[in-house]
Ligand binder design. Structure first.
Ligand code: RB5
Length: 147
């Protein structure tokens, strides 16, 4: 499968169960899932997991990434420190669609202690199926990147 349908997933210890559910759902949507998150529940540090996933998107190995922690906020901040990453935390379906369509987000962050699994999977589906609209939005995204 090409990188265009390859999704990287990671999380810290707070979001392992939701991450596994997200991975299964993404596969049913036709994505090849590269899950690099921890598999045991020991406490770990979300920045390293966010940055590792972001590296796979920034390098082009994966087209998109989804990262999870308790709130989604910390791992989102870590991912956004990697050049070329645009990651948004979403707790609603509309925002997940819009960060793809308008912001060309290449990563989504979810908070496992914020939303339930059913909503999370709908958010994931919105993120993975929406497409960047380009045009005036491309001008603005270039501005984010400092172009
Ligand atoms: C871990 O307890 C928690 O701080 C982490 O999962 C996340 O919510 C940080 O943003």
């Amino acid at each position: 499968m090409t990188a265009s349908k390859r999704l990287v997933l990671s999380s810290d210890h707070a979001a392992i169960d939701l991450r596994l559910a997200v991975g299964k759902h993404a596969e049913t949507l036709g994505w090849e899932v590269i899950d690099i998150g921890p598999t045991t529940p020991e406490s770990t540090h979300y920045p390293k997991h966010g940055q590792a996933a972001a590296g796979k998107v920034a390098s082009g190995e994966c087209a998109l990434g989804i990262v999870l922690c308790g709130t989604g906020q910390g791992i989102m901040m870590a991912a956004n420190k990697v050049a070329g990453i645009r990651c948004g935390v979403c707790s609603d379906i509309f925002s997940a669609k819009m960060i793809r369509q308008h912001n060309d987000a290449n990563m989504l962050a979810l908070g496992a202690r914020v939303i339930g699994e059913r909503l999370a999977l709908e958010i994931v589906e919105a993120f993975l199926t929406a497409e960047f609209e380009g045009g005036r939005h491309a001008t603005r995204v270039a501005m984010i990147e400092g172009d």
